[in-house]
Design a protein around this ligand. Structure first.
Ligand code: AMP
Length: 484
């Protein structure tokens, strides 16, 4: 018998856990489950990868099963709100697994797919509904759903919700929930704004915290490579190509700040024979699902993602996280690198830091209290970079280069030979795009707002991408360490 049975969970749940191969609860599960089984509200500060999905799912399913009721039409007994589609689907999948020996129905709704089918599915009601906020409110507005019968409410990844500008929808949801309910509120970080949001939902909560706020998992080796923006593509291509070839890289997530940037990176990797897929907000739901499945199942070893799309994604065996561009919000770094070293594994996080990104690195080091180990470019970086094939340029690239002419003549990701001008790569320099560093930070209320070009901008994404490319390379060419 596992320690889970000592927590008093119902037998069908224990059987499901056994089928999943869980023998012992993780620390957050150990702390949260007893209080949640008593019906207490909970404030959980936990990174992804700590087992928090099971921490809130197991006692909730236990309580719902202990008090069986036929769900009312167009309603749910438990509501889980998640910031992204992928995370919502993942939570629902996990919950279905935990509930597989119970007579409880778990359903999931999110945007990007037709709403009519979801409305029809909800007509007879469900026990557990996992939802993203926008689609949830759409369905409520269409009178396809009411929150009147919610007994348990879970708000997951609250800080990401704020980042995505979901504060208004959350305020609406708060007003629609019945007063008499159990509420659970999870966030990886707990700055004051998030704590204030929490007060709207939770009442006299038990507080559980599994890692000090904003610390990074100890098992992640964190390194920084100082490199010019125009050299990053070549560095990435070489790192991934060689790492996959000698199996030191099993599966890698690459983070870019913009959606176009993610697509561009994938094209360059493809040109060099590296199989990669992109996942971001401009992709259709079918494309996002396909990319994630390919990555999860191992057919596509490299996933290039923007922050929104990757948040909370639980894929085992991610050996490396590459920060192709540094996040301008330090907490985002914690989330990004938390994609590796999940469920007890080790991981490597490599950050490519351009001179104008040094201030971001300083913010990150201040927040995490971890100094990233500096790593040099590979010994023959220049030579290898020069031999990389150029990727095909798209209309979007052409348009961008009209606005921001590249100094390398637009030769894809290949840096040009030549000397780095004096002072390059010394860091500290301001951003070249005239944007203040505070812009686009959390709480600006513009996240997720439609942009002038009709596309939604992601957190940290700029109205116009920074000009890429500099013909200054080679300052590190005398260094010898491998980059992966
Ligand atoms: P989460 O933080 O909820 O995304 O969970 C991270 C990973 O840990 C998921 O792959 C879970 O399936 C796994 N997991 C959760 N609880 C346990 C447990 N008690 N024992 C082993 N693995 C677990």
């Amino acid at each position: 018998m596992s320690y889970f049975s000592e927590l008093g969970l119902a037998e069908p749940i224990l059987r499901a856990l056994e089928a999943k191969g869980y023998s012992d609860p993780t620390p957050i599960q150990r702390q949260a489950i007893p209080a949640l089984m008593e019906g207490r509200d909970l404030l959980g500060i936990a990174q992804t990868g700590t087992g928090k999905t099971a921490a809130f799912s197991l006692p909730s399913l236990h309580r719902l099963a202990a008090n069986p009721k036929v769900p009312q039409p167009a309603s749910c007994r438990m509501l889980v709100l998640s910031p992204t589609r992928e995370l919502a689907a993942q939570i629902a999948d996990n919950m279905k697994g935990y509930a597989k020996f119970l007579r409880l129905q778990v359903d999931c709704i999110f945007g990007g797919v037709p709403v009519g089918k979801q409305a029809r599915r909800l007509a007879s009601g469900t026990d557990v509904l996992v939802a993203t906020p926008g689609r949830l409110l759409d369905l409520i507005d269409q009178r396809a759903l009411t929150l009147r019968n919610v007994e348990i409410f879970v708000l997951d990844e609250a800080d990401q919700m704020m980042d995505l500008g979901f504060i208004q929808p959350l305020t609406r949801v708060a007003a629609l929930l019945p007063k008499d309910r159990q509420s659970l509120f999870f966030s990886a970080t707990m700055p004051q704004a998030i704590a204030d949001l929490g007060k709207r939902f939770i009442n006299n909560p038990v507080k559980v915290q599994v890692a000090p706020q904003s610390t990074t998992a100890e098992r992640i080796e964190q390194r920084a490579i100082f490199v010019n923006q125009g050299e990053k593509q070549a560095l990435l291509t070489i790192s991934l190509r060689d790492g996959l070839a000698d199996s030191s890289i099993e599966r890698a997530l690459v983070f870019t700040r913009t959606k176009h940037g993610a697509d561009r990176v994938v094209r360059h990797l493809a040109a060099a024979g590296v199989n990669a897929a992109a996942i971001h907000g401009n992709k259709s739901q079918a494309q996002r699902t396909r990319a994630l499945e390919g990555f999860r199942q191992g057919g596509v070893p490299i996933l290039v993602a923007t922050d929104i799309a990757a948040r909370g994604i639980d894929v085992s065996g991610v050996s490396h996280v590459f920060n192709y561009e540094m996040p301008n919000v330090a907490e985002q770094y914690v989330h990004r690198i938390g994609r590796t070293a999940r469920a007890g594994a080790d991981g490597i996080a490599l950050s490519f830091v351009a001179p104008d990104e040094r201030p971001y690195l300083r913010d990150i080091e201040k927040l995490t209290k971890v100094k990233l180990e500096a790593q040099a470019l590979p010994e023959d970086f220049l030579k290898q970079a020069a031999s990389l094939p150029a990727a095909k340029r798209t209309a979007a690239d052409e348009e961008r280069s009209d606005r921001f002419p590249r100094r390398d003549g637009g030769r894809g990701g290949r840096p040009q030979g030549g000397q780095r001008p004096q002072g390059q790569n010394n860091g500290g320099g301001g951003r070249g795009d005239g944007r203040g560093r505070g812009e686009g930070r959390r709480g600006d209320g513009n996240r997720g707002a439609p942009r002038g070009d009709g596309q939604r901008r992601e957190p940290g994404e700029e109205r116009h991408p920074r000009p890429t490319g500099t013909n200054a390379v080679g300052a590190h060419a005398d260094k010898v360490r491998k980059v992966y």
